[in-house]
Design a protein around this ligand. Sequence first.
Ligand code: 5GP
Ligand code: ZN
Length: 114
Amino acid sequence: MSNDCPFCGIVAGEIPGRIVFESDDVTAFLDANPLAPGHTLVVPNDHHERLTDLSEELAREVFAALHRLTPAVEAAADADGSNVAFNNGPAAGQEVPHLHGHIIPRFDDDGGAP
Ligand code: 5GP
Ligand code: ZN
């Protein structure tokens, strides 16, 4: 756990988060500033910054959660598709240094890819 990390705080229950899924290894919660209704973040419970900081086994767990949650998020948002993505490192736009996968619902009429 990293003390000044908001996602560690959410996983630990010390910072409020709208959690939609949790297991021993992975937690998913709604983004505080959603790019679309239902925008969900999927994180490993342990603090790791980048994709390659995860063990292959933990990466599999994170991806399995994304695989399971993506259709549920799309259905809950009544979306037509979604962007499922990681910003890996500050150069790629990663602002929170606790690896997280985004599930961003998309709609046929939402103006196209960002
Ligand atoms: P990044 O740019 O690092 O890939 O994305 C960070 C995401 O985390 C942003 O979409 C931002 O809205 C979200 N975020 C930042 N701080 C918090 C927080 O404290 N709680 C929640 N639920 N989301 C956060
Ligand atoms: Zn963290």
